[in-house]
Design a binder for this molecule. Sequence first.
Ligand code: HEM
Length: 411
Amino acid sequence: MNAPNAAPELFTWEFASDPYPAYAWLRENSPVHRTKLPSGVEAWLVTRYADARQALADSRLSKNPEHHAEDAQGKSKTGIPGERSANLMTHLLNIDPPDHTRLRRLVSKAFTPRRVAEFAPRVQELADDLIDGFASQGRADLIHDFAFPLPIYAICDLLGVPPEDQDDFRDWAGMMIRHGGGPRGGVARSVKKIRGYLAELIHRKRNEPGDDLISGLIRASDHGEHLTENEAAAMCFVLLFAGFETTINLIGNGVYALLGNPEQRARLQASIEGGERELLDTGIEELLRYDGPVELATWRFATEPLTIGGQSIAAGDPVLVVLAAADRDPARFAEPDTLDLSRRDNQHLGYGHGIHYCLGAPLARLEGTTAIETLLRRLPDLSLSGDPADLRWRGGLIMRGLRTLPVEFTP
Ligand code: HEM
């Protein structure tokens, strides 16, 4: 136990399994909190909703890691997979306007809500095929057998990665997740393989365009401007990795939250059986707020001295906005620690806010609602198998998600 006014220990195993009490303490006692991250980097954690929302939209906080004071000294430990020379890393989440504005406008012309809506039958088919793969066994690991493959096959299909190459992507993506996005070893090798593969695929789509998203990205133009070869590859890369672990966690954390709240789960199940949609739609937003896939928004760096919530921040300091803390702030949400699938006043920050607001939110919503609806409809007596205390959370800094989710059900 911590003494009442000592800051809780962060980034331990215990913290990873339930960070919310520690975040409540920070919101209350040290809302903009300086801490040493496991990598050794010192950073500010922003935990209150109002401060978080403001910081996410503050143009004095740059996404470009070159603004990190330590980076300027050539010793970055932010864990943003190094090799900026690889150019895959100069993607939307690591750049500022005006480049960000130009690239985001171009991608928005190809990655439209309409393209996502037209993709709905394919996501349904994927969900059903994956469930068919284990439905007769009476048990499954919902992460390995369902939440992991669904988004990777979905984004590969949407981008236009041919079916025969998709298992390679599955392996590369698995490698990136297992090693938590750090710059060394397997991740660097996976990034290199993905880079080579994407360059070749983009080249192929230039010569033989289809109606997939990569062809759309190549075609997209704004005032006569197109994406360069490198920009197109970096865009495909960010779509792949920003949409992958996040969606795994949305399904994993979401199902776990439902299994832990039987009364809410029963309501949702009844509404699904009745063919209603409304509770599923408000419910998916509540699952994002209650235990969302992205615990900390990605890195930001102060470009000049500034204050957040009354705290002075020096130029060059890293700032991490703790979405998971902001989304449980009692100053913004009534009964923030209660899962209420019908919550209406729910402007959560699970998809971020401001110019970097999640580009893939419509796809994430489609995948999340399809996955949860299909699971509850087809496996109505789905339950956790084993002791919840044995569940382990992946230890990365930015994301929050389970390593495994063993379940059982009547075959
Ligand atoms: C940005 C969350 C799914 C693509 C973001 C940000 C958050 C987020 C919090 C902002 C990060 C920041 O400001 O530091 C989520 C969640 C998802 C999800 C919770 C799933 C449940 C997806 C999917 C895709 C995607 C499926 C694409 C296929 C992106 C991209 C950005 C982004 C490209 C960068 C946008 C920019 O910088 O302009 N996402 N995301 N995301 N997301 Fe998502």
